[in-house]
Design a protein around this ligand. Structure first.
Ligand SMILES: Cc1cc2nc3c(=O)[nH]c(=O)nc-3n(C[C@H](O)[C@H](O)[C@H](O)COP(=O)(O)OP(=O)(O)OC[C@H]3O[C@@H](n4cnc5c(N)ncnc54)[C@H](O)[C@@H]3O)c2cc1C
Length: 384
């Protein structure tokens, strides 16, 4: 039904992995960060983002003229895998690096690229994703935040919800309706605008996460002016552009490794206890991880080569399977070792366990729920 390439890392790529790993181990030893589960979503640390920006590790695949390194998607895969495996705080710049940059490279104007990309690369400019609304989640075509044309730009009114880190981001790529539903094509009439989150008329209201942290938000727009030069791509093409963005979002290592720091700690704990039966169980988990990782790298390789088909079906499959996997790690841990999970625990495994339990419910919701992804895969199978 679909063919995913197998990827052999080159000598240089293996060297790059070791370089990234050594850097992270050194920063960990220096006390620069505390490893966290789900660090790509809730490990906000602008200082750390600037540090890795200096290393040239944000926007690593982008053209040099915008500050990138023109390295491969596989190099980026290696980099993100190492960040997530150790639980480094990469959330501040995550969406800008993963989604906004590629979106602007594909659909943005030259002015937008020159303005935003170098700031993102330096780890100084963060973007939120403004898709979901109170009455629009899986069925994104029902978005009702609207933008009306005025002299020199657009006036936006409406509301977004569940916007990760909107309180820390500088801008948000916002999906809006620029013309009303015509009664026929619900995907028509949508556009993407870059909204300055400091603009007059924006109100950001926190929604507390299960951990009690301020992670996501409601964002209200009241007559917010967005200049014409902040429209991304073509007016009315927002749906197609948003779908292209999803391909970058869905099947990366962050859909498998959100609880990897806990799995790693579990294995250390079992080794310390010389718990051979426990290690046997854990090795089955590692084998599943290995297969999922190969699928995920295969999609990354397809995106890199731009070969053939649409990657939306394998990407949906990887996300559906990968997020179930990462969600299962706290339960597997519970069955194999005794833990006392609290967020402020001194023992590392107890703290990682608490973070994983409280973050795990969101894994199969964010970026498209599992049920919706099963639908995408099923339609793909039927169409074969
Ligand atoms: C941690 C986290 C971070 C998030 N960050 C962001 C963000 O930064 N920006 C943003 O825009 N959004 C964000 N979201 C929101 C997320 O994208 C939505 O929650 C998600 O798309 C689901 O939408 P919903 O919550 O409206 O649920 P609904 O779409 O109302 O779904 C409710 C239930 O119905 C099921 N369902 C819906 N449609 C179908 C169907 N066609 N077939 C079968 N079952 C179906 C779903 O699977 C689900 O179980 C975040 C969510 C989480 C958990």
């Amino acid at each position: 039904m679909f063919h995913l390439p197998t990827v052999q890392f080159t000598e240089e790529q293996e060297q790059f992995r070791l370089e990234v790993r050594a850097f992270l181990q050194q920063e960990l030893a220096n006390g620069t960060f505390t490893p966290k589960c789900d660090s790509w979503l809730s490990g906000d640390d602008p200082k750390f983002s600037k540090l890795i920006g200096k290393k040239g590790w944000i926007g690593i695949t982008w053209p040099k003229k915008y500050g990138g390194q023109e390295r491969s998607t596989i190099d980026r895969y290696i980099l993100t895998e190492e960040f997530l495996a150790i639980g480094a705080p990469v959330a501040a710049h995550w969406f800008a690096d993963r989604q906004t940059g590629p979106l602007l490279l594909r659909y943005g104007t030259e002015e937008q690229r020159q303005f935003f990309l170098p700031q993102i690369v330096n780890g100084e400019c963060y973007f939120g994703i403004g898709l979901s609304e109170p009455n629009s989640g899986s069925d994104l075509a029902s978005v009702s935040t609207r933008a009306e044309k005025v002299e020199g730009g657009w006036i936006v009114n409406g509301q977004k919800i569940w916007t990760s880190n909107a309180h820390l981001c500088h801008y948000m790529v916002t999906l809006v309706r620029t013309s009303p539903f015509d009664g026929k094509n619900k995907h028509a009439g949508m556009s993407q605008l870059i909204v300055d989150l400091q603009a007059d008329g924006i109100t950001v209201v926190p929604i507390k996460f299960l951990t009690g942290e301020h992670h996501y938000n409601e964002v209200f727009f009241e007559n917010v002016f967005v200049p014409d030069n902040m429209v991304v791509g073509a007016i009315g093409n927002g749906w197609a552009q948003g779908l292209a963005e999803l391909a970058f979002e869905r099947s990366g290592p962050e859909r498998i490794l959100s609880t990897f720091p806990l799995l790693d700690e579990l294995i250390q704990e079992l080794k310390c206890q010389n718990n051979r039966e426990g290690l046997k169980q854990a090795s089955k988990v590692v084998a599943r991880l290995w297969s999922l990782r190969n699928l995920s790298i295969g999609v990354a390789q397809l995106l890199e080569s731009g070969e053939g088909d649409d990657v939306s079906i394998p990407a949906a499959l990887v996300k559906a399977l990968g997020t179930k996997f990462e969600q299962s790690i706290p339960e597997i841990t519970r069955l194999l070792v005794q833990t006392y999970p609290t967020l402020d625990a001194q023992r590392k495994i107890d703290r990682l366990m608490a973070e994983s339990i409280l973050h795990a419910p969101g894994f199969t919701i964010r970026g498209g729920t599992s049920e919706v992804l099963y639908g995408v895969v099923a339609k793909g199978v039927v169409a074969q």
